[in-house]
Design a protein around this ligand. Structure first.
Ligand SMILES: [Fe+2]
Length: 170
């Protein structure tokens, strides 16, 4: 049994669309809960905007290629479970776990778009390739920001957590 390269590409685009919907949910939940880490919250809000734009870009690729994204693949569900497991909303160190989970999620996105770019290149769909390249720049920037600010977030959390009367969790 074989699968046409275009069918694989269509599948991956649907996966990417489901992934971005999950990303928006996770980021929105995080940003709404964060109170004491304004720089992190700000960056997350910026990435929510980017994520919505990315959804539109991926959707346009799906539409243009003439496939439907109405059948959501189960990847979205899998990522949801992942987000809940790693996100650790109930954790007393939620902000740190959340930053870590965000970084891991961005790297899943980076891998997804790197794959999509290669696939689009292979089938000669240059519009999809260009769209995914534009998205990849944003995902790499978000991943880099999170990693760069991980020590700062961790230290701010530790300081707050060790101070009486200072909420540290979010
Ligand atoms: Fe992202």
């Amino acid at each position: 049994m074989t699968t046409d390269a275009n069918e694989n590409l269509d599948d991956w685009l649907r996966d990417a669309h489901a992934m971005e919907q999950q990303a928006e949910k996770m980021l929105t939940a995080q940003s709404e809960r964060l109170e004491h880490y304004p720089a992190l919250r700000e960056r997350i809000i910026q990435h929510i905007e980017e994520t919505r734009w990315q959804q539109g870009m991926v959707d346009a690729c799906i539409q243009r290629r003439g496939t439907s994204n109405s059948v959501l693949k189960d990847l979205g569900g899998k990522l949801a479970a992942f987000g809940q497991a790693v996100g650790g909303m109930a954790a007393s160190d939620e902000v740190v776990k959340g930053a870590m989970a965000g970084y891991v999620f961005e790297n899943i996105e980076i891998a997804t778009y790197t794959t999509l770019i290669a696939g689009a290149e292979q089938v000669g769909d240059l519009q999809t390739k260009t769209a995914c390249e534009q998205i990849l720049v944003q995902e790499k920037a978000m991943a880099a920001w999170l990693l760069e600010h991980m020590p700062e977030v961790t230290k701010a959390f530790l300081l707050r957590d060790a101070s009486p009367g200072m909420p540290a969790k979010v």
